[in-house]
Design a protein. Structure first.
Lengths: 341, 300, 341, 300
């Protein structure tokens, strides 16, 4: 019963063991604490000289890590809360994502920036956001998110081996999810390549009739979408295909819709995108646009996301703002109803 | 300028408030996180007793003590941490994002420093002698925007007091692993004169802070006050990686309540203690009974 | 023959004259220089005490301006190049856009951040970008872009009067455009409200037959789209309706598609979005998604944008990467062909 | 350690290169912008003569002089400014974004400082005594990320020399309007010892820089060198808001070529001048005839 957290931690251990050029930098990453969310636990005990705890200088240490990468090392940087990627925007957008290209295309920048996004913990407006959308569509940057449906640790290790820069988007509540969650035993899951080394999982309730609807999701919301999928199948007889993507951007080869998603849409003609970030200009907008552009028939489409609001601290308000299982179910019902009606 | 009893009461209110939070956190009534001020009460009380109506105060993640010392309502703060409608920000902000009158806190380290500097500058542009007090920790000094702000404060003569609460640790990181050079020098290098005070005696803090704030008011220029202090409790509610002996030493030598207690008669102390215990209990129970926020949200 | 630059400059002068609480901050904004692109020219001579030239501290002076706004003043901040908004992301996303809401909804933050985006000057990868997409979909922030088809100065003045925060996106090449450009005399232009105080212009070649295609655009690309529209009408007999929006986000009331765009799409059933920023996760994705979500019929859709690449310095390479009149014409032809075929 | 003739030649190559750019800019053959180094040649030449193969150099928007002094090819730099395929970066980077061997420049002020610090740190982690030299102007010191970087450089012992070319102006903003405090103090406050040098005499610059770079190499620790210098030409190609008398005074008292000239025989100077003129002319003409880049672009 491995959790996402354990898998990521194991991936880091494996990367540091097999490659002496891997360094870990971040705030409070040293043992015994092992990072605010414990993803780096055990690393500084095992590799004291390759784990560097930093001052509270997000822009600065991402820049320093870029220098390590320019020098042929493989830094893995932890930004303690995803909300603080706002502080590294310049180093990412005008720095590490451009160097490879703008200096003539000859340079590798093997850096991974890991950070946990997400709410539902009552941390309030500056510690609960899902901000990866800020970094979607940045040329030269690969944005990944692990999933309990696939192999988080393997994805992280592959990202560390990537010669180019990667933003690796984790999620606070996802850490405790089990990779082999019995909750999902009802699902038949098929694995495919998405793009590069990223994978996609296509899940459907085993033995269910032809799917009416394709759900595209990633990260923690993919797992919530999986729960919604099961609930819909058993309680509402709405049958769906869930396509879980590890790579948020670029979506597929050349940025096109990834194959597994294309295939599913060919089967269903109906797309529901699901993400935890705010609705407007989210990940779903690009997925929806690519799907519509690629399709000859009229697709039924909808997006599930957070309200266009900051994330409140209060449990009641937070639950209202953030999407969850019922938001997915509700949106799916409306889509299907519109199709039938 | 307050008397000893008032200061003792002000510090004890913070101590009991924070103890209540830590004590009750496990029960799950507080959704979210907390950063308690236990051990550092003398800073908030000693500094903020000099703040007047038109002044503004900016705080950080560890803001409960600052808020209470500023005059914030205890029940409203309990309610905010419980996410109730009666909370300081109606449950939107939670522990780290508090606003009441001219008091503001934000959870992103360093991010409030330029904003506080701007409020100071606005005061000077409007005229008058209002000042701004902004609190930051030693760890926050890692953020570059702080130095951008100091430079502008000195260039444009913003009446701001930058207070560094140097408890020599950031979350789990000891200052030795996070800071090169010295703290006062970092202010002076940007044209902001700094005073250094190693004490958790509220009288000493109040005296020094009074002088510096007066200086800011009179000159209309920025100053810094670096207070060496100690954090007794865990960073947040979770595990503390420091040795117990280290904490014990702090509690023995740095407790502002113990240090100040001797200045009060025992009877006086007991009365205050009973009254504060009752007040905190009362505020807590009231907040607990307060209504949840009406569930309707729209972006500002 | 007013230019966009003159109109914006006049808007600033008018705002400072009518409201003593308006302050201008930015790098090199003092006369005689008057700012890198001269938008602030004459202000410091006229209002010496209300124009503040800043150190090269973008994050810092945006934060300071936020403090001025919190105190009831109306700061207008200039970020010298749009590429440097990467440095103010935290102050915008976790600061000024949230304060009004997260502190209980009682606070006004009347700040305007102006900045010129755009390439075609050979300034290279860090001085030529169109980065407003980073700030589209930030709750609490209004994003505006002036257009020569409407009134740039009036929009800027209205933004300064806005009690909430505004990102005001200008464009380097747009500055020299004329508001009454004879080039556009062939167009019949109708003005409507878009949302709040922002307007929309709907343009069509006068006396042309029923439009086949709706082009949605803003800023400098809207003017290039206007040229494309005329070229298409006279040379290719492709008739289009150009909807120019001043407000990029939120698009319309509640974030929905603005009325003028809805109306045009009802007429044409065919949407082409046009922007200078990179393609993936651009403004067009959200416009397209909203249009498709709102439409019962199948819309023909396509997006024109820059290649997903940094902006090269070389003239030849820059022309390849950035969209222009011919990109709009080409995309329109393909759309129309697909409809007919 | 070079002889006087070599230094004269190195400075003159930069001077003539930049004059050619300014002279020809109006013709439109250079797409984009430029920031000329005229008047500051002694810094690049005096500092970079101490750089060895494994060392790295980071530069800013005003990078032509640094690039040429580093050993960069003049024709390739002309070609890059013309956007030709033979340009240093194939026409992608242009004037401000240059990379060749271990030389890097970027147009976002301050943004290279942490990166250079990281390259320095990598050197120490790998072992050996390579150093990093990073140039910045007085104006760039407004960027907070620089101070974040200094702190880490001192904490982690990164062998980096931070060179501030203090020409007392940023674009059109005199240092008095942009900087509070003093420059060396800003480095020392973060644990980075700093040296201040007021001179545009290449021999003095070379001597001081040689000492400091040696110090960085031996100790493996960061140091700063602040050079007071003067910018003779406009910030970019455009209008200069400074008084002509001010420029005249600079040219009279601060010209590194004039100062250094006396150390060479007249004949020697003439030969060098003729050779450099020919070299620059040759490089320019060749670049002019170079092919445009093949038009195909993909994100990295
Ligand atoms: C920009 C940013 N980075 C990281 C954090 C996470 N964090 C919260 S408190 C803290 C330590 C702060 O230490 P210090 O400033 O000394 O204040 P103290 O907690 O000691 O009172 C950290 C790293 C944050 N809130 N903001
Ligand atoms: C982050 C950032 N802000 C603003 C600019 C615009 N800019 C280019 S050079 C310059 C002045 C730099 O002055 P200084 O650092 O002293 O170098 P100098 O030009 O004097 O050599 C400015 C403001 C920039 N390139 N980057
Ligand atoms: Mg601390
Ligand atoms: Mg300068």
């Amino acid at each position: 019963m491995t959790t996402v957290l354990e898998s990521l931690n194991a991936g880091l251990h494996a990367a540091m063991e097999t490659d002496a050029s891997v360094y870990v930098l971040g705030e409070d990453v040293l043992d015994p604490y092992g990072g605010a969310f414990k993803v780096t636990r055990g690393l500084s005990n095992a590799y004291p000289e390759r784990v560097i705890t930093t001052p509270v200088s997000e822009a600065g240490f991402v820049g320093v890590a870029t220098g390590l990468a320019l020098s042929g090392l493989r830094p893995v940087v932890e930004v303690m809360f995803g909300d603080f990627v706002t502080l590294i925007t310049d180093q990412v957008v005008n720095g590490l994502s451009k160097y490879g290209w703008m200096y003539g295309g000859s340079l590798d920048i093997p850096i991974v920036i890991r950070t946990p996004m997400g709410g539902r913990r009552g941390y309030g407006p500056t510690h609960s956001q899902t901000l990866e959308k800020l970094f979607l569509g940045v040329p030269g940057l690969r944005v990944l998110a692990p999933s309990a449906f696939l192999d988080p640790g393997a994805l992280l290790k592959a990202a560390i081996d990537d010669p180019g820069p990667v933003l690796f988007v984790e999620n606070k509540l996802q850490y405790q999810r089990r990779l082999d969650d019995p909750m999902f035993s009802a699902l038949a899951i098929q694995h495919d390549r998405q793009e590069g080394y990223a994978s996609a999982a296509t899940a459907g309730v085993a033995g269910a009739p032809r799917p009416q609807l394709t759900i595209a999701a990633y990260g923690d919301m993919a797992e919530r979408a999986g729960e919604a999928q099961i609930k819909m199948a058993y309680e509402l007889e709405i049958f769906s295909e869930l396509v879980v993507l590890e790579q948020l951007d670029p979506l597929g080869p050349g940025g096109d819709l990834p194959r597994p998603l294309q295939d599913s849409l060919r089967r269903t003609g109906c797309l529901l995108t699901v993400e935890e970030g705010t609705f407007t200009h989210g990940w779903g907008a690009e997925v929806l646009a690519r799907a519509v552009e690629a399709s000859s028939q009229k697709l039924a489409v909808a997006r599930v996301a957070a309200l266009d609001s900051p994330v409140p601290a209060s449990r009641a308000l937070e639950a209202l703002v953030l999407p969850d299982i019922d938001s997915v179910v509700g949106a799916a019902q409306k889509l299907i109803a519109a199709l039938d009606g | 300028m307050r008397d000893s009893a008032a200061r003792y009461r002000a510090m004890l209110r913070i101590r009991r408030f924070e103890e209540t939070i830590l004590d009750k956190f496990a029960t799950g009534i507080f959704h979210g996180t907390t950063h308690t001020y236990i051990g550092e009460e003398a800073n908030a009380v000693g500094v903020l007793e000099h703040v007047r109506d038109g002044d503004s105060v900016f705080s950080n993640h560890r803001c409960h003590g600052h808020f209470l010392a500023y005059g914030g309502d205890m029940r409203a703060l309990f309610a905010e941490l419980m996410g109730k409608a009666t909370g300081v920000c109606g449950g939107r902000g939670g522990s780290q994002h508090i606003h009441w009158r001219n008091f503001y806190s934000n959870g992103v380290l360093g991010s409030t420093i330029p904003v506080a500097t701007g409020v100071g500058l606005a005061g000077r542009l409007r005229g008058g002698d209002d000042v701004v007090v902004v609190f930051m920790g030693d760890g926050a000094l890692g953020e570059g925007v702080i130095y951008e702000s100091l430079n502008m404060a000195a260039l444009w003569r913003a009446p701001v007091l930058y207070v560094v609460e140097n408890n020599r640790i950031a979350q789990t990181t000891p200052i030795e692993l996070a800071m090169a050079g010295g703290i006062p020098g970092r202010f002076e290098a940007f044209g902001v004169p700094a005073r250094d005070l190693t004490s958790s005696d509220v009288e000493e803090v109040a005296a020094t802070a009074g002088d510096v704030i007066e200086e800011v008011r009179e000159t209309g220029e920025p100053r810094a006050l670096v207070i060496d202090t100690r954090r007794f409790a865990p960073h947040s509610k979770g595990d503390d990686t420091r040795a117990e002996s280290e904490i014990a030493e702090m509690r023995a030598n740095w407790d502002p309540l113990v240090i100040h207690a001797s200045r009060l008669g025992e009877g006086e102390r007991e009365t205050i203690t009973e009254e504060v215990n009752a007040e905190v209990e009362q505020a807590f129970t009231t907040a607990l009974g307060d209504p949840e926020p009406r569930v309707e949200v729209g972006a500002a």
